[in-house]
Design a protein around this ligand. Structure first.
Ligand SMILES: [Zn+2]
Length: 340
């Protein structure tokens, strides 16, 4: 029997003894390619990550095929492959309608992956996969969970009662583009005052540069780390300055925290989430951001009907979230094949 068949046989023994189907998870970022094999026990048995060698669609499909082949030879036999992509997917998640960072349009990725690898394939939006990974990591609780990925942009993912919410057009959970300030600054999406304008890693760094340039005395650590040159400031500098309690760096985190809290209020009104998880590179500023968001949420809760406040926490799966989430979604789809 193949590992997949073995897993199915085992799961037939009873729900307590359910064994996962080993699956490869792959995260195709704008600049990075990451892949891992998640085994029967749910453990990440192997992981690799390197700069994306090409953005060409055909090259990536071929690379996924080679990667799956390597895992087959070296570790164990995966029965499914899941790929996380930053982009807009069709509601059935078969087609990448648009992936701006990669320059892809209307690519039938799921079909091509199955043809290339011979395995059951699943495609997911990267923030959706990350949200899924965090929910799995949390022990698959019931209720509603929201994840924000604070990177170049702000991505979002929602898991409600064990289901990933993708929407009628594959555009659900675009939480980074909730309006947090009417008539606010313009956003890349064409709207104004979006969460991403205030809380993306890009936005936080830009704000830190602005504060340092305007008043160096308010930003002693940022000034020292950047050699007094605001343009030379990096995300790592901001992270370090926050840890060292630089006033301007903390102000940046406070502003981002208030914007995230405003978005969380709106998310609450719609799904009443139990947890708001913060991931992505900019969440590396850590606990001060969690505290800023929590404090702002607590202050702005309306008086009236009791509304429990969502718990805010940092994501736990780090830069492996996409790989873990894609692998788990693939494993699940292979275990319960969807009707065609
Ligand atoms: Zn926007």
């Amino acid at each position: 029997v193949s590992p997949a068949e073995r897993a199915v046989v085992s799961s037939a023994d009873g729900p307590e003894r359910r064994v996962r189907i080993p699956a490869v998870g792959i995260d195709v970022g704008g600049t990075k390619f990451a892949a891992g094999l998640v085994d029967e026990s749910g453990r990440l048995a192997s992981y690799t990550e390197y700069p994306l060698p090409s953005k060409r669609y055909e090259d990536i499909v071929a690379l996924v095929g080679e990667t799956v082949g390597e895992f087959r030879r070296e570790v164990a036999a995966p029965a499914a492959v899941g790929v996380a992509v930053a982009g807009w997917l069709s509601p059935d998640r078969d087609v990448v309608l648009q992936a701006a960072n990669l320059g892809w349009r209307d690519q039938p990725l799921r079909r091509d992956l199955e043809a290339r690898t011979g395995l059951a394939a699943v495609v997911g939006n990267d923030a959706d996969c990350a949200a899924w990974a965090e929910w799995v990591q949390a022990g698959k609780p019931g209720g509603a969970f929201a994840l924000l990925t604070l990177g170049t942009d702000v991505g979002g993912g929602l898991v409600i009662n064990g289901e990933l919410i993708t929407g009628a057009h594959g555009l659900a959970a675009e939480l980074g583009h909730l309006t947090v300030r009417m008539d606010g600054a313009p956003c890349v999406c064409g709207s104004r005052g979006c969460l991403a304008v205030y809380a993306s890693g890009t936005a936080m760094l830009a704000r830190a540069k602005e504060l340092l340039a305007a008043d160096p005395s308010s930003a002693p650590t940022l000034g020292r780390l950047s050699g007094g040159n605001p343009a030379g400031l990096t995300g790592a500098h901001l992270q370090e300055a926050v840890a060292l309690r630089d006033p301007a760096a903390l102000a940046v985190v406070g502003e981002a925290g208030r914007a995230i809290a405003a978005a969380s209020q709106q998310i609450s009104r719609v799904i009443d989430h139990a947890e708001l998880m913060l991931g992505g590179g900019a969440s590396n500023v850590g606990q001060p951001l969690v505290e800023a968001v929590s404090a702002a949420i607590a202050v702005s809760q309306p008086v009236g009907p009791v509304r429990p406040i969502p718990r805010v926490r940092l994501a736990r799966t780090g830069n492996r979230a996409g790989v873990l989430g894609a692998a788990d979604l693939a494993s699940r789809a292979a275990r319960c094949p969807q009707p065609t």
